[in-house]
Design a protein around this ligand. Sequence first.
Ligand SMILES: Nc1ncnc2c1ncn2[C@@H]1O[C@H](COP(=O)(O)OP(=O)(O)OP(=O)(O)O)[C@@H](O)[C@H]1O
Ligand SMILES: Nc1nc2c(ncn2[C@@H]2O[C@H](COP(=O)(O)O)[C@@H](O)[C@H]2O)c(=O)[nH]1
Length: 395
Amino acid sequence: MKPFYDQQGGAPTLIHQDQQNGASNGSELKDGTFQTSTTIGNKTYVIGGADSETLSIDVRIFDKCLGEWVNPTVLGTKPLSCEGHSVVLLKDRIIVLKKNPKPDDHTWFLEVDTQYVRRQKKKLGTEVVAWSKGVIGNVEKPVVISGPSGVGKGTLISKLMKEFPSMFGFSVSHTTRAARGMEKDGVHYHFSEKSIMEKEIKDGKFLEFASVHGNLYGTSVEAVEMVSDAGKRCILDIDVQGARSVRASSLEAIFIFICPPTMEELERRLRKRGTETEEQVLKRLRNAQAEIEQGKSSGIFDFILYNDKLAECYDSLKKLLGLDGYVTPPPNPAAREFNLPMDYSVCKLDDRIIIYDNSLELENIIMLDVSSLEGGAPGRTRGLDFIRMEQLHIQ
Ligand SMILES: Nc1ncnc2c1ncn2[C@@H]1O[C@H](COP(=O)(O)OP(=O)(O)OP(=O)(O)O)[C@@H](O)[C@H]1O
Ligand SMILES: Nc1nc2c(ncn2[C@@H]2O[C@H](COP(=O)(O)O)[C@@H](O)[C@H]2O)c(=O)[nH]1
C-alpha cells in the first residue's frame, strides 16, 4: 500500500492500493476528479484532475526530500482529461492509458527522465515533464532537405510531392519574413509575428528554429506530426542550423544536402527567380558559402546531391529514397486505430502491458507491446503494438 496524495493540500491521504512497479492505479476523489500516482525515487508523479483552463490532464509532483508539492513545467501537447486512466511505469516515462477513450486517443506518455526532458530541465532550471501521444505502428522516417538558398530544394520537393501525393507531406514552417507574391499563409509558410513566434518557441512548440538570412524560421512539432498522423512521410525544407537541431532531437530522419554545381550557377538561379531584393540576394549568396562548407563537412547529412541537371538530380533523390520503380501501397489510417474496453485493469510483464477486464476471458485480454517504441517528446511516440490475446491463442 502506498500513500496517495491529496491534490488540494499538503497532507498525503492514503486512499488507494493496487500498487505495481511504483505505479498506483487510480482513485476517484471526493470532487469527482480522478488521479493516479507513480513513485520514482523521491518523487511521486500525481497525474489526474483537469487543468481548469485547458481541460487537460494535470500533473503535479510531490518531492519527498523537500516535503512539498512542485508544479513542473509541462511540455508537449497535453491529453484532454477523461473519465479515468491507468498508469504503468517504464524506465524513463509513464504510460497513461485513458479509460473510455476515442480509438486514436487512448495511449499517452508522460516523459519524466528521457534525454529530451533532462535537456529541458537543464535549460529551464525547473522540474520538467513532457507529454507525448502514443501512435500505433510506424511511418517512414521524415526527410530533411537542406542547401543554400536558390539551389533548388523547393523545386525538387514540389516534383516529389506531385509525383507521390499520397506518400509525402510537407512540413509547413513558421517564418517572420514577409510573404512573396504567390505564397499562401498555411500552405507555403505560417507567416508569423516575431513576438508570437518567440513566445511559442519558449513554450516548447518548436522542434527547431533558426535565424536565417535575417529572419526567424522554425518547424513546429505540430507541423511534422500533422503529416505523420495522415500516414504520410514528412519532408522538411530547412537550413543547416535547423538540420543540426533536428539531428540532435528525438526525430529520426534522413538528412540530404543539396549543392549547386557552381557558385555562379547558384547566383544565376537566385537572380532569375526574382523574389529577393539585390541586398537580400547578396546576403543569401554570402551565407551560401558557409552553408555549403558545413553541409559537406559537419557530419549532419547522410547524403549530398548536386543539383546540376534537374532531371538527373531528381532521379538520384528518388533512388536514395527507394522510389525508383517501387510502387508503395497507399497508407491505411484505420490500421493505426484500436479500441480499448470501457473499463479495465493493467499489469506489466517485461516490455508488455496486459490490459484485462473483470471477466478475465481471453477474448477481452489485450497485450500492448512497447518493446519497439520510437520518437517521443516533443513529438509522438510511435511503435505501439496492440495484440488481442485471442489472436495469439489461435495462431
Ligand atoms: N537544376 C536546375 N537547373 C536550373 N534551374 C533550377 C534547377 N533547380 C532549380 N532551378 C531554379 O532555381 C530557382 C531556385 O529554386 P528553388 O526556389 O527551388 O530554390 P530553393 O533551394 O528552394 O531556395 P530557397 O532556399 O530560397 O527557398 C528556381 O527558379 C528554380 O526554377
Ligand atoms: N531552420 C529552418 N530553416 C528554414 C525553415 N523553413 C525554411 N527554412 C530555410 O530558410 C531558407 C530561406 O527560405 P526562403 O523561403 O525565405 O527562401 C532556406 O534555406 C530554407 O531551407 C525552418 O522551419 N527552419
